[in-house]
Design a protein around this ligand. Structure first.
Ligand code: MF3
Ligand code: CO
Length: 247
């Protein structure tokens, strides 16, 4: 069931999203080569808790950390650990904050030091995919127009659109209906309504879109080992556009 949020609920989601945004800016200011992914997670957990919020990922279906930290060929759901960030890596940090009964959710892919131009391009285009997707988004837009825009832009660069994961609604739960795929046919799917709160999150690989999940049951990597990037914001659909809550 797709839930249209009240003004009051959107206020509360806005506060959680503000914390998510600030946490990502804090991570961006600290993340560097030589740091372990576990240290990134510690930054995230400390920051979110200092805002009086709970890091929603921690314990979600048994996920053991406060952030998903996904390096290079890891697409999403990287479990923070001993892996050390190296010059030239790209690292996606995906996190959620829960406060006053509502979640916010966003992800960024950070470049560590000198990243090869073609990999940097992947990171930039993944971000562009998000903005292409919201360009014409407003009440009445068919849901799959989002995926159509992401897929068209990513594939025009020869990239792969990850199919195994999607964006989603958000609110009292971290994942609510509808599912928001990054592929699809223009003009199809439900019509979006003002007050729907969605996470739009392109996950794009430089090569093949196929992924496999490691034995830890979380870490999702590209089958061909090509790097992948992730960019996500929580937004609210308005009559005449969207408001991005995590930017
Ligand atoms: N924040 C992720 C999303 O974009 C969900 C992470 S799964 C978790 O939907 F287990 F790590 F929480
Ligand atoms: Co999400």
């Amino acid at each position: 069931m797709v839930h249209v949020k009240s003004k009051k609920e959107i206020e509360l989601i806005r506060e959680s999203c503000q914390i998510v945004k600030d946490t990502l800016l804090f991570v961006e200011s600290r993340i560097k080569a030589g740091m372990s992914t576990k240290e990134v997670d510690e930054l995230v957990e400390r920051y979110i808790r200092s805002c009086g919020a709970y890091p929603s990922c921690l314990g979600y279906e048994g996920f053991p950390a406060s952030a998903c930290v996904s390096v290079n060929e890891t697409v999403v759901h990287g479990i923070p650990g001993d892996r050390i960030l190296k010059d030239g890596d790209i690292v996606s940090v995906d996190l959620c904050a829960y406060k006053n009964g509502y979640h916010g959710d966003a992800a960024r892919t950070f470049c560590i030091g000198n990243v090869k131009p073609e990999v940097k391009k992947l990171v930039e285009v993944t971000e562009e995919c998000f903005f292409k997707a919201i360009e014409n988004l407003r009440a009445g837009t068919p849901l799959y127009d989002i995926g159509y825009a992401v897929q068209t832009h990513a594939e025009s660069h020869g990239y792969g659109v990850i199919r195994s994961y999607t964006g989603h609604g958000i609110g009292k739960e971290m994942h609510e209906d509808p599912s928001v795929p990054n592929w699809g046919r223009k003009g199809t799917g439900m019509r979006l309504r003002a007050g729907m709160v969605l996470c739009v999150e392109p996950m794009i690989s430089m090569g093949d879109y196929r992924v496999r999940v490691l034995k830890d049951n979380w870490t999702s990597v590209t089958v061909d080992g090509s790097p992948a990037a992730h960019y996500e914001n929580t937004l609210v659909v308005l009559q005449d556009g969207v408001e991005i809550l995590t930017l």
